[in-house]
Design a protein around this ligand. Structure first.
Ligand SMILES: [Fe+2]
Length: 290
């Protein structure tokens, strides 16, 4: 039995210096003060992580948007929370759009988080592959800087073609694909979509995977994607720092996956943990995926 915990979208902010507020960051700061600073709270993330650690998972997956405006101080603080979750060997991270909020900071995720965001070969770049027993963790980056008011993501042809090879090479293992953006987006969230999601769905339909985990929407979701033999569950998780439900978004939570079996005979149970109005954490959902 292998237990994987999945959390995402902390969106924790630091106070910017005036010089850092040009363009998109200025708009982002206004948005933060109008809405998000009341939603995403560091003390809530601490409580979520405390509940998660009590379950003693074998490994933790984090799917991006750890920071809010991509300020160096935010990256540094986020690294502290990553260390609270565990050592780089036991925690696998992929970046989100807020982690490359503006073009000038594209190198910061690698600068601060490289050891959490690399394969077993230690090389930078995506996709990366980590193998833990019969589990393959495959990290993708959909994080690209975008214009103000956009939160789209993109993988690009090179990453997609490498993913084909990695999925082929890991056939027979329990393959878990980690990506920040979801693969299906309703029309009202068009400006927040993964622009080459159809290409990624094509790769998965061709090569298969056992599980895909994403963040970005801050809500609990399970959709089933086409695979070559069986459908592939794509599971979204709430933000780990959300003080309370907010619009379509859930209160803070994370998911646990209990994985057992072997090729052709996998079993996977999902347990969604969520912060309740009284501040305690409870099982919001429990289901056998297969
Ligand atoms: Fe996001």
């Amino acid at each position: 039995m292998f237990t994987l915990a999945h959390l995402s979208d902390w969106h924790l902010a630091s106070r910017p210096r005036l010089v850092e507020l040009a363009g998109k960051r200025g708009l982002g700061l206004i948005n933060w003060h109008r809405k998000r600073k009341y939603v995403h709270r560091p003390e809530i993330l601490d409580l979520t992580i405390r509940d998660l650690r009590a379950g003693a998972p074998d490994h933790v997956a984090v799917t991006g948007d750890l920071v809010n405006l991509s300020l160096p101080d935010e990256f540094n603080r986020a690294r502290g929370w990553l260390q609270t979750l565990g050592a780089p060997h036991d925690v696998t991270l992929v970046p989100g759009n807020h982690d490359v909020y503006v073009r000038s900071v594209q190198q910061l995720p690698a600068k601060y988080w490289a050891d959490y965001m690399c394969g077993d070969d230690g090389k930078d770049g995506f996709p990366f592959l980590r193998r833990r027993g019969n589990i393959a963790l495959i990290g993708l980056s959909s994080a690209v800087p975008t214009a103000p008011l956009l939160a789209t993501g993109r993988l690009g042809k090179t990453q997609l073609s490498r993913l084909l090879d990695v999925l082929e090479q890991t056939r027979g293992l329990f393959r878990i694909v980690l990506i920040h953006h979801p693969l299906l987006t309703p029309p009202k969230r068009r400006l927040r979509r993964l622009t080459d999601a159809a290409d990624l769905r094509g790769v998965l339909a061709d090569k298969g995977a056992e599980l895909l985990l994403h963040g970005h929407d801050h809500s609990r979701a399970v959709v089933w994607l086409d695979g070559p033999k069986a459908k592939i569950p794509a599971v979204g998780v709430p933000s780990a720092s959300a003080q309370a439900p907010h619009g379509d978004e859930n209160a803070a939570g994370y998911n646990l996956f209990r994985i057992d079996g072997d090729a052709g005979n996998w079993r996977c149970e999902m347990i969604g943990r969520e912060r309740d109005a009284d501040g305690s954490y409870r099982d919001a959902e429990r289901r056998v995926l297969f």
